[in-house]
Write a protein that binds this ligand. Sequence first.
Ligand code: HEM
Length: 122
Amino acid sequence: MSNILYDRLGGRAGIDKLVDRIVELHLQNDVAGPRYRALDTAAIDHAREKVKEFLAAGSGGPVEYTGRSMIETHTGMNVSAAEFVAVVDDIMQAMRELDYPQPVCNEVLGVAYSLKGEIVHR
Ligand code: HEM
């Protein structure tokens, strides 16, 4: 199999399924959920599509990310470190539920964590 993370995530179909589950978990999350539950359906649908694109493009897929930068998107929200961890926990839980191998989970964890400074306290 290709070593590209995009392929190890199952390509676009795998990523779409993964992000659908991540967003479901975000909506139920005690810590980060209020941020997402405050969005209307159109805004949630938009964010879900952009996150799919972000992950597909960022993992080496044949996709161009057309959304806003992480800094631009999350500036003005004053996201806390606890909310950040809650979101990363949801990503890891969704990956476990979908039976991704541990090395793939670890790689996504590293990518997610590397974005902390662009998202928290802005
Ligand atoms: C690794 C972590 C994260 C990634 C990769 C990420 C990625 C994204 C992306 C791609 C979008 C859509 C951008 C666009 O509309 O152009 C978005 C929107 C959003 N994110 Fe994040 N995010 C992360 C963490 C967080 C955290 C910790 C929170 C707060 C709990 C958060 C709250 C939101 C909200 C509320 C929106 C919708 C904004 C709006 O509609 O204006 N995100 N995020």
